[in-house]
Design a protein around this ligand. Structure first.
Ligand code: CO
Length: 181
């Protein structure tokens, strides 16, 4: 596959990889483990991250990591994750994204979810949550489908983000096809 983690960094909007639908992981190889270790490092680097998806480091694979407490002992990797909504109750919460610095928006999402994924050893696991972790799962899972918070936030939040988005677009070195917000 040729994933090089040495110069890996978090890619910012509007990098086109953030809009791709990520592909499933065939096997949890040493290369995948190295990638996941790097993702943990980058998630914690700025001291703000509680989750990071592989497309955010330029790798279009169905992998993400979370750490809802920001304490590395709670680091968890999810390979080929599948989310199931367990209840129709939804709630508003403000979200940010490491690929969209200076942008925040309120997003309504289901509260209670189940997660099935492979861990870093390639073993399947099942988790359920109705708290912050379930919120992070949904945000990171969106990244695997090319969906960003700007697609889900209210029109008002999107308007408020306009300048920050424009600045990110002006700063971009890799440009995605123009999209109208
Ligand atoms: Co994000």
């Amino acid at each position: 596959m040729g994933i090089n983690v040495d110069k890996m960094k978090i890619v910012k909007f509007p990098h086109p990889v953030l809009r791709q639908k990520a592909k499933p992981v065939d096997a949890v190889t040493p290369e995948i483990k190295t990638l996941v270790a790097k993702m943990f490092e980058l998630m914690h680097e700025g001291g703000k991250g509680v989750g990071l998806a592989a497309p955010q480091v330029g790798v279009s694979l169905r992998i993400f990591v979370t750490c809802e407490t920001q304490d590395p002992k709670d680091d968890r990797a999810y390979i080929n994750p599948v989310l199931t909504v367990q209840d129709t109750v939804s709630e508003d919460m403000e979200e940010g994204c490491l690929s969209l610095p200076d942008i925040r928006g309120t997003i309504r999402r289901p509260v209670k979810l189940a997660m099935d994924a492979l861990d870093i050893d390639g073993q399947p696991f099942h988790l359920e949550d109705d708290d912050y972790l379930a919120r992070i799962w949904q945000h990171e899972n969106d990244h695997l489908d090319g969906v960003l918070i700007i697609d889900r936030m209210s029109l008002m939040d999107r308007m408020a983000s306009k300048r920050a988005l424009k600045e990110l677009e002006d700063r971009a070195t890799v440009v995605a096809p123009k999209k109208k917000w």
